[in-house]
Design a protein around this ligand. Structure first.
Ligand SMILES: CC(C)(COP(=O)(O)OP(=O)(O)OC[C@H]1O[C@@H](n2cnc3c(N)ncnc32)[C@H](O)[C@@H]1OP(=O)(O)O)[C@@H](O)C(=O)NCCC(=O)NCCS
Length: 191
């Protein structure tokens, strides 16, 4: 079970659950073809974004397997949500979680996704007690797997044409980190 105290602070960011006032900022991402290019869904209509926002507002805690924790990313000095970071409680029995992230393209290239994703890894390993956190991405999504590499996840698998993705068979990478790898990273970064 994970019920974080909000807001969560990192060096330059506030992470918090989505609220009803975040519609425009969420739609700036869900309505952008560049953002959804390697995501499973197509560009959202405003109605679809409204439904997605309603789901996200309720995703501020993990109480059951299969749930997603979804947090809005708000940088210091920026009066809007610039991205989201997610952690799925994938398996209680196997202590597994799944990580994901999305930024508004106006805010790419500033390290915000990395900073937010690190906070989610901390919540997963130290808050929820997970043993392994993994992420899946399209092999063409170098921004995503570049970030996973910078975070310290290992490339564990390359699935070849394992999914029919937006009309064609696509390849996927699986990246992962174990709790002991997380602890080792923390001890090297604090020395
Ligand atoms: C995946 C995604 C979140 C990566 O965003 P990003 O901004 O490249 O990632 P980071 O937060 O790690 O930022 C890294 C960049 O910021 C730069 N940077 C600038 N200041 C920085 C700082 N203070 N700290 C760290 N990096 C910094 C880095 O040098 C790097 O630049 P580079 O890409 O030119 O090498 C983004 O491309 C995205 O939202 N894509 C669409 C959605 C998507 O596909 N999600 C993944 C699904 S699997």
């Amino acid at each position: 079970m994970l019920r974080p105290e909000y807001p969560i602070r990192t060096e330059r960011l506030t992470l918090r659950p989505f609220t009803a006032g975040d519609f425009d900022d969420l739609h700036a991402m869900t309505g952008d073809p560049e953002v959804v290019r390697y995501l499973y869904w197509e560009v959202h209509t405003p109605q679809e974004t409204r439904a997605a926002l309603d789901r996200r507002i309720a995703q501020g805690e993990l109480t059951q397997e299969g749930q997603w924790l979804t947090l809005a990313i708000v940088p210091d000095g920026v009066p809007r949500v610039v991205g989201q970071v997610v952690l799925k409680w994938a398996s209680i029995k196997h202590q597994q979680g799944e990580l994901g992230f999305t930024l508004n393209p106006e805010f790419y290239g500033r390290g915000y996704a990395r900073e937010a994703a690190e906070a989610m890894l901390r919540l997963g390993f130290e808050g929820l007690g997970l043993h392994r956190i993994y992420a899946a991405c399209d092999t063409r999504n170098s921004a995503s797997w570049g970030l996973l590499t910078r975070l310290g996840l290992r490339r564990e698998a390359h699935f070849v044409e394992d999914e029919l993705f937006k009309g064609e068979f696509g390849d996927q990478y699986i990246y992962a980190m174990l709790d002991r790898e997380w602890r080792a990273l923390q001890s090297t970064s604090s020395t």
